[in-house]
Design a protein. Structure first.
Length: 236
């Protein structure tokens, strides 16, 4: 790539164990600039190359930071169908960096306009065969989520902020999230609430059986560093 970029890392926590279980790598400019400034420099024909560069750089940076948890990496939707070589390249970077393949989680947004479900599912299955984990991000914002679950059961789904905003005082959202929790338990999928910003949201979700969380309530993304999560946020 003819431009520089870096990453901020936001922790994902398990409220039951009160421990950080992963960090999501979020694209930033070389000085911490927003991701929009970086993506504005990526030309259409460079998406595949940029996606691979992101995967490689995130893994190498996580290794340098001595990350001991899982690492969540976002796959660009428009490059996922060229993912075959990416997987091999990412596997090689993982081996060279000494970062365990089984600790890498690929995220694909449910809002992605991916029409070829069978091909996407095949790619997910290939990822799993190589040892990588998968997550459906922004679950609840698109129309493909339940169809994807019929064809493929990822390791994780991440409930979108739109589903959990003020859930402690919204009966409709509560009913939907409880139903999704039941589905995930029966399909052996770990359900995560992302975008949690309020203690009240966290408390309701945790009481409803959600254990995995991400959001500003716990910690903001930290540029080129791994943030600690204060124990006080887990107090019910």
């Amino acid at each position: 790539m003819d431009f520089e970029f870096s990453f901020a890392f936001q922790p994902i926590v398990n409220a039951r164990t009160q421990a950080v279980v992963s960090f999501e790598a979020l694209v930033r400019g070389p000085g911490g600039e927003p991701s929009s400034e970086v993506f504005s420099k990526v030309h259409r024909g460079e998406l595949h190359q940029f996606d691979q560069a992101c995967q490689s750089k995130a893994i190498r940076m996580a290794s340098r930071l001595n990350l001991q948890t899982q690492l969540n990496i976002n796959l660009l939707p428009k490059s996922i169908f060229q993912n075959g070589q990416n997987i091999r390249d990412t596997l090689q970077v993982s081996l060279e960096s000494g970062f365990p393949v089984e600790n890498i989680v690929f995220e694909v947004s449910e809002t992605s306009k991916l029409q070829d479900y069978r091909r996407m599912v095949a790619i997910f299955k290939t990822n799993r065969e190589f040892g990588f984990k998968t997550a459906i991000d922004d679950f609840g914002m698109g129309y493909s989520g339940l169809l994807l679950l019929v064809e493929y059961q990822p390791n994780f789904i991440k409930l979108d902020r739109a589903l959990i905003a003020d859930i402690h005082q919204d009966n409709v959202r509560q009913t939907i999230v409880q139903a999704m929790g039941n589905i995930c338990r029966q399909l052996d999928i770990d359900m995560m609430a992302e975008g949690v910003e309020k203690a009240e949201e966290y408390r309701w979700l945790h009481a409803a059986g959600v254990n995995l969380f991400q959001g500003y309530y716990f910690a903001e993304p930290t540029f080129e560093a791994l943030a600690d999560v204060p124990a006080r946020v887990f107090i019910m």
